[in-house]
Design a protein around this ligand. Structure first.
Ligand code: IZC
Ligand code: ZN
Length: 420
């Protein structure tokens, strides 16, 4: 049989399971590991998957000996603020002095300082900057991700950010799902006129639809930002216009964002550090994915992490993401998030692999395209320099990716570090 690519001698092939819903409860801990595996790729798709001893029938343009390494689906990062101007390293000293994240924002810093920088950065420069971050993400094994706007808070800059995401999607073979996060903060000029600002962001939805600039909307539902009622109003209107829903929910205060996400049939509810027991129960009754962001809790120096065990045991669908952004989690490294999930969320290696592949794909509506390796699926995969799948969360803070493939094509290789 003629194929484009044959990869064989795989020590452990990680095979997350595709079900009709995101993996919940005990399912999250079930991960199929195939030893001595091999698979073939034709026209960018997996055309055969089996045992390394069965490959003699294949004539391949290219053969890769995986040398007993671990191979997994490409990682999926379902929550990033990829596109922004400037940076906020000066905030680190404020944080060290104990100034809370929301206080920095209330004083016109935080998100609002990135808004200023993003407004003052051209589309071309934003693309250039985002490319660096994106290539770092890819180097850590990501082949599908989500990217939000939210650093414009005005028509032109929000659309500029979304056009950058669209352009990045065209420039790279990986998949980027775009989310409109216009209600990310209230500009100083709209203090006391929050409803008017929300109205203004809502009025952008038609243009975003027409230009096909985003599939999802999101809102920062938090004390001092947007209330539950405002979030409900915005999300409902976006749903009516055909957008998928996401929400920054219950990160600092338990406002009931998880309950709202469940009520509205949101695709995901993200953060959930302060989720109530009722919120956990409501999420468990739905397919709304709980996207946990332990990198953010770590970076904000908090002791209380999202109650991942409680959520998994209650039957909620849990996924993991970086939350890459210039304020509360400045890392592109999904592997670091996997270690934090083990150390801080007490998730098992099996749960973690499922949470960064198939469940994170569900969190951005990519479950039919990403997060699973199977015949007929796109050949997005990573070859890892690790002896077994449990090793990755254990050895933290470094890059274990040997090479990253998207649609059967090599898009990143560790040897580039030496040659560039
Ligand atoms: O720039 O601080 N939490 N939005 C909500 C963020 C963090 C991003 C930022
Ligand atoms: Zn976020």
């Amino acid at each position: 049989m003629n194929v484009d690519l044959l990869i064989y001698n795989i020590g452990q092939l990680i095979l997350p399971r595709f079900c009709s819903t995101p993996l919940k409860g005990d399912q999250l801990g079930q991960l199929l590991i195939k030893e001595n595996a091999a698979f073939a790729v034709k026209d960018g798709l997996i055309s055969w998957l089996g045992n390394s001893d069965e490959i003699h029938n294949f004539i391949a343009i290219k053969k890769i000996d995986a040398k007993k390494k671990v191979v997994s689906p490409g990682l999926v990062d379902p929550h990033t603020h990829l596109v922004y101007g400037g940076s906020r390293e000066q905030e680190l000293a404020l944080k060290q002095a104990g100034v809370p994240y929301l206080e920095i924002l209330a004083n016109g810093g935080g998100i609002l300082s990135t808004v200023e920088a993003t407004r003052n950065t051209t589309e071309g420069k934003l693309i250039e900057k985002a490319r660096k971050h994106l290539e770092t993400m890819i180097s850590f094994g990501v082949t599908t991700l989500e990217a939000k706007s939210g650093y414009g808070l005005d028509r032109d800059t929000e659309l500029k950010q979304l056009r950058v995401v669209k352009k990045l999607n065209e420039l790279y073979p990986i998949s980027i799902v775009s989310t409109f996060l216009g209600p990310h903060a209230i500009p100083l000029t709209y203090r006391g006129k929050e409803e008017r600002f929300l109205q203004k962001m809502t009025s952008l939805l038609d243009d975003i639809n027409t230009e096909k600039l985003a599939e999802y909307v999101d809102i920062f539902c938090e004390t001092g930002v947007f209330t539950i009622e405002q979030s409900h109003k915005f999300l409902l209107e976006a749903k009516r216009k055909g957008f998928g829903l996401k929400i920054h929910a219950d990160e600092i205060d338990p406002l009931g964002g998880a309950e709202l996400a469940a009520d509205l049939g949101a695709t995901s509810a993200d953060h959930l550090v302060a989720i109530s027991d009722e919120g956990i129960k409501r999420l468990s009754d739905t397919n709304t994915v709980a996207v946990l962001l332990p990198g953010t809790t770590f970076y904000l120096g908090k002791d209380q992490y999202a109650p991942a065990r409680k959520m998994i045991e209650a039957g909620a669908a849990v996924a993991l993401a970086t939350d890459f952004n210039p304020g509360s989690c400045v890392t592109e490294n999904m592997q670091l998030i996997m270690s934090l999930a083990a150390l801080k969320l007490k998730m098992s290696p099996e749960e973690i692999w499922n949470a960064v592949t198939i469940n994170s794909a569900w969190a951005i509506g990519q479950e039919a395209e990403s997060g699973v390796l199977d015949v007929g699926r796109k050949a997005d995969f990573v070859i890892w320099n690790i002896p077994n799948y449990q090793y990755l969360p254990y050895h933290f803070g470094v890059n274990h990716a040997a090479s990253v493939y998207c649609g059967g094509k090599l898009i990143w290789n560790e040897s580039r570090i030496l040659s560039d």
